[in-house]
Design a protein around this ligand. Structure first.
Ligand SMILES: Nc1ncnc2c1ncn2[C@@H]1O[C@H](COP(=O)(O)OP(=O)(O)O)[C@@H](O)[C@H]1O
Ligand SMILES: [Mg+2]
Length: 365
């Protein structure tokens, strides 16, 4: 199980047809839930709580999967299935192709220790241990020699910005710094899967954004498979390569930040999206006028990559707002044009974005 070659071959996570019902006779009610019994009915008729219904999520190795939803929607229940802190009522949880649900006790212990690391909302630091000793904790459990553990822990403490704090105690640190220790401890394990359950939800907004940057910076290097839970859409959009939105134990929508913001699946998702600053999320591609003919003959005066945000594009165009820009794809090929007016319009009128996006799709097809 603890194959050192795993880090290079890690194949991601697949959650398949996962159900969780809480109550003494859970298995007896799976079929009813499969056949459409609602969470409310299950509770009223059988006194059982529906935790998760038919969850199917594929998480690519090295990506950040965000799970988002209101309190009580099943986020913690779902993430705890990945390291089997919770046993499912039905379904599979494949991590690197191995079903966690079928693991025996020893295999599960080894799996948790070597393949997963968790970062908690309440930091879960040991108060009587120094920052360094807290960071080394997981390595100690793994039986790794102290001098080597120390080197690894020091490296990660430095990487999260805590060099010089290693002999402090948790109560001498701010919340943000404590969470940095939690992150350093998790990263020291070098497990391919990092599970973060509302890890940043208790932090003040500015510190929280700092911590998001720290995570994104580090992730660009280490490419872990990260499952990140939040109830905050801005955080979800900033961090998630993919986002799954839960309500009452069901996945309501899955997709990229563009998918969620441009095409919310229902009113529940739309109500989250309304609060979002579209300028910072939506890409120019969704606003531009697509090219009807592939080439215009002469080189464009000004180009903008199709995946920059509206806000960034406005910053580029504001110098000479009367001139349109040519939008180019990742290969540098012109795919459309965009004007200052179009960008500004999309900032204030969400409707314009959606309509244009539909038009662009039709154009591609
Ligand atoms: N051990 C449990 N026993 C009974 N119900 C539970 C248990 N754990 C969670 N639940 C219920 O499952 C649902 C999802 O809870 P949870 O996963 O903690 O939501 P979230 O993390 O999104 O706030 C809630 O209705 C909650 O009350
Ligand atoms: Mg929770």
């Amino acid at each position: 199980m603890a194959d050192p070659a795993l880090h290079t071959t890690f194949g991601g996570i697949a959650v398949r047809n996962l159900y969780k019902i809480f109550g003494p006779n859970a298995a007896a009610h799976v079929d009813a839930v499969r056949n459409g019994m609602t969470k409310t009915e299950l509770n009223a008729v059988h006194g059982h709580v529906l935790g998760l219904r038919d969850i199917n999520i594929e998480i690519a190795s090295g990506s950040i999967q965000v799970i988002m939803g209101l309190s009580g929607s099943g986020k913690s229940t779902l993430i705890r299935h990945i390291n089997r802190l919770i046993d499912p009522t039905a379904g599979e949880v494949l991590v690197d192709g191995v079903d966690v649900v079928k693991m025996g006790a020893a295999e599960l212990r080894s799996f948790r220790r070597h393949q997963t690391a968790m970062v908690f909302q309440k930091f879960a630091l040991l108060p009587h241990r120094s920052v360094l000793d807290n960071t080394m904790f997981g390595l100690e459990i793994q039986g790794i020699e102290r001098a080597r553990s120390r080197d690894i822990a020091m490296r990660w403490l430095e990487r999260v910005g805590l060099k010089g704090f290693e002999s402090k105690y948790p109560n001498q640190l701010s919340g943000g710094m404590q969470q940095r220790v939690g992150l350093a401890r998790a990263l020291s394990n070098d497990a391919p899967v990092l599970l973060m359950d509302e890890a940043y939800s208790a932090l003040d907004p500015l510190i929280r954004m700092d911590m998001q940057s720290v995570l994104l910076d580090i992730q660009a290097e280490i490419r872990k498979t990260i499952v990140f839970i939040t109830h905050d859409l801005d955080e979800a959009l900033r961090l998630g390569d993919q986002i799954a939105i839960l309500r009452d134990g069901e996945v309501i929508q899955q997709g990229t930040s563009q998918d969620i913001v441009l095409r919310p699946a229902d009113d529940y998702v739309a109500s989250f999206v309304r609060e979002v600053n579209r300028g910072r999320v939506v890409h120019v591609e969704a606003v531009m006028t697509p090219l009807r003919t592939p080439s215009q003959g002469h080189a464009p005066a000004r180009t903008i990559a199709s995946d920059v945000t509206i806000e960034e594009a406005l910053r580029i165009l504001v110098a000479t707002p009367e001139d349109d820009a040519t939008v180019v794809d990742a290969a540098g090929k012109p795919v459309g044009t965009v004007s200052f007016r179009q960008l500004a319009g999309a900032m204030v009128n969400a409707h314009e974005i959606g309509g244009q996006q539909t038009a662009n799709r039709a154009n591609v097809a």
